[in-house]
Design a binder for this molecule. Structure first.
Ligand SMILES: Cc1cc2nc3c(=O)[nH]c(=O)nc-3n(C[C@H](O)[C@H](O)[C@H](O)COP(=O)(O)O)c2cc1C
Ligand code: SF4
Length: 424
């Protein structure tokens, strides 16, 4: 099985420096592309590959890039931004790529920025990822010294500067327009859309924002072609993806697998199945902003389309397992604590609703809830339905609550009726 994204990542070993990365074919795609292939052709290959954004939405990357005006249409600076904020609970795939193979990301940025003709790139890295920041800064300086970055790259006349920016540690900075505000030194709240960043992004200039994993795919797609990439997938999906599992499985971790691999296969055959004495009860398939799926539905292929068809989201593809000895209400309350804390406060349903949801759930968890609370939780979550808040943080927060209320209603009622948590 081909694993282009992780093939250079070796456990407990320092990542490849520039020389080692080049020795295994690194930067070949850059050498063969920059100044040799027209940027529009590079963009076309990415469109044909069908690559979907790995930041959680799966939006087609090539189509996003096509929405960026050309330099003729909009002279001046154009930006290519890498979203490495990665604060979604349960999600740790970008960290693996940042720390495991930093030059792969730099090569991906050079090719992506060239395709959209951006001359400045920012890598916005979660502030707590100290090691990633150090490694990426080092890789940038190595690439600069080798003439792979900077002015007139490889004599092509193409210029690109990469800036590494450590975030200050807010989940909302991962929302692409809040990220732009943060980079501009403003309060990190989402911007109203339209205009989209592609037409009016950082400092009002044309800007593309892509996730780390999305960008890391680009060197492989350019080197091997769109058809090669499409054929890596299974069950109608394209490419590979870094999936992950946390919870009481035998081998929690991140696994690069064909997109479209059934979730059951990942849990049983890669994560080793459940630990002795625990049964799988449900799964949050792609981080804390996705809805629960029950054990009997895990034959679903892990692709954005298959999850959308079921009314759920693949999200970041990093699954959180709920076992039969963990209180589902405690788990949901814990997630709501995170979301309430991370609400940016820009719109009322989220700012006021999430702390209320958190308090109510905590009361139910310790046996101090009322039956009426269940309908009230449903009502308040309606105020945070998609389209009713300024950004997707609040609807994402409601996904685990609403699916939890529907799948574990008996557990909620038992806590209220018995006045205690059966798991304590
Ligand atoms: C609250 C919130 C947090 C987000 N956090 C991240 C993040 O940490 N990393 C990321 O790539 N995308 C995150 N996103 C999605 C981004 O807004 C954006 O869609 C993504 O970076 C686009 O990249 P892609 O097209 O490569 O997927 C977040 C969205 C929301 C609403
Ligand atoms: S939904 Fe929440 S995080 Fe998003 S803008 Fe409104 S208050 Fe901020």
């Amino acid at each position: 099985m081909e694993r282009p994204l992780t093939k250079n990542i070796i456990a407990n070993q320092e990542p490849y420096d520039l020389a080692a990365y080049q020795a295994v074919g690194g930067y070949q795609a850059v050498l063969q592309t920059i100044g040799r292939i027209d940027p529009t052709k590079v963009l076309e290959i990415v469109v044909d590959s069908g690559l979907g954004g790995c930041g959680g939405g799966g939006f087609p990357t090539g189509r996003k890039w096509q929405a960026m005006p050309s330099r003729e249409e909009r002279p001046g600076t154009h930006y290519f931004i890498v979203n490495a904020d990665e604060m979604e609970p349960g999600t740790f795939k970008d960290r693996l790529l940042l720390e495991g193979d930093p030059h792969q990301l730099i090569e991906g940025i050079i090719l992506s920025a060239y395709a959209v003709q951006a001359d400045h790139s920012y890598i916005f890295i979660r502030g707590e990822y100290h090691r990633a920041i150090t490694l990426i800064e080092h890789a940038v300086s190595e690439a600069e010294a080798a003439g792979l970055l900077g002015l007139n790259i490889l004599g092509s006349g193409y210029n690109l500067v990469i800036h590494v920016h450590g975030g200050a540690g807010r989940y909302i900075c991962g929302e692409e327009t809040a990220l732009l505000n943060s980079l501009e030194g403003r309060r990190a709240v989402p911007r109203s859309k339209p205009p989209l960043p592609m037409t009016s992004g950082l400092f009002g200039a044309p800007t593309v924002v892509n996730n780390v994993e999305t960008v890391c795919n680009i060197p492989h797609i350019i080197a091997n072609g769109a058809d090669w990439y499409r054929n890596l997938g299974q069950n109608g999906a394209v490419g590979t993806k870094i999936f992950g599992v946390s919870g009481r499985v035998k081998k929690p971790g991140a696994y690069e697998l064909p997109m479209g691999t059934p979730m059951q296969d990942m849990i049983e055959n890669y994560a080793g199945g459940m630990q002795h004495g625990y049964k799988l009860r449900a799964v949050l398939p792609g981080g804390a902003s996705t809805g629960f799926m029950l054990a009997e539905d895990l034959d679903i292929p892990m692709s954005f389309a298959a999850f959308a068809a079921k009314g759920n989201r693949l999200g970041t593809g990093t699954a959180i397992i709920l076992d039969d000895q963990t209180c589902p209400i405690g788990l949901i309350a814990n997630l709501q604590h995170f979301f309430a804390q991370e609400s940016c406060g820009w719109c009322a349903p989220c700012r006021d609703g999430l702390p209320w949801v958190e308090r109510t759930l905590k009361a139910i968890e310790i046996g101090e809830g009322k039956m009426d609370d269940l309908d009230l939780l449903t009502d308040i979550s309606d105020t945070m339905a998609p389209g009713r808040t300024f950004c997707a943080l609040a609807p994402g927060a409601m996904a685990s609550l609403m699916t939890g209320l529907s799948y574990f209603r008996d557990e909620f009622e038992r806590h209220i009726r018995d006045g205690k948590c059966p798991w304590t």
